[in-house]
Design a protein around this ligand. Structure first.
Ligand SMILES: [Zn+2]
Length: 164
């Protein structure tokens, strides 16, 4: 079985469901376009912080505001890879329904969820798949040691790294 392109983990899947919830009653013609934009790397400069996602999509600036949780979620302990136990995804409502998002896009579309905003959300779902703890830090400013001590490879002194 191949992994879904968006929503390969329960965390990313929660976001994909939120994005696609409008399509339950009637097809949303913007969704295929949004997926195509995300797939073709039209979403650049995606940045996330608690309560806020920004990106540039096909030259349009996208801002998405998300409501924050009022308290830290129980039981969230991320390992250094940013992974979280799948079971937790069933107890936390990490994704924000479209209606509760505050969105802005520089395009002229009249819908608050134009293809650019939706493409940003699909790309966000992929980022969450890669690093599930992002699903939580989008909603609460955890001050736990969440960021891994990543060292860019170029900064490692190879000789020193392996010892001599
Ligand atoms: Zn737009």
């Amino acid at each position: 079985m191949t992994q879904p392109e968006f929503g390969a983990t329960p965390w990313g899947r929660a976001w994909v469901r939120a994005v696609e919830s409008t399509a339950v009653t009637r097809p949303n013609p913007l969704l295929p376009k949004a997926r195509s934009l995300a797939r073709n790397n039209a979403v650049t400069d995606l940045r996330t912080e608690p309560g806020r996602v920004t990106a540039t999509v096909s030259g349009h600036s996208v801002h998405i505001g998300l409501p924050l949780w009022t308290q830290a979620p129980d039981g969230v302990v991320a390992d250094h890879t940013g992974d979280l136990p799948d079971e937790l995804a069933g107890t936390l409502t990490v994704a924000v329904p479209l209606a509760e998002q505050h969105t802005e896009c520089g395009c002229r579309a009249r819908t608050p969820h134009c293809a650019h905003v939706l493409a940003t959300l699909y790309t966000l779902a992929q980022r969450v798949d890669e690093r599930p703890v992002l699903a939580v830090t989008l909603r609460y400013p955890l001050d736990a040691p969440i960021e891994p001590d990543w060292i860019p490879l170029r900064d490692i002194d190879i000789a020193g790294f392996y010892g001599d």
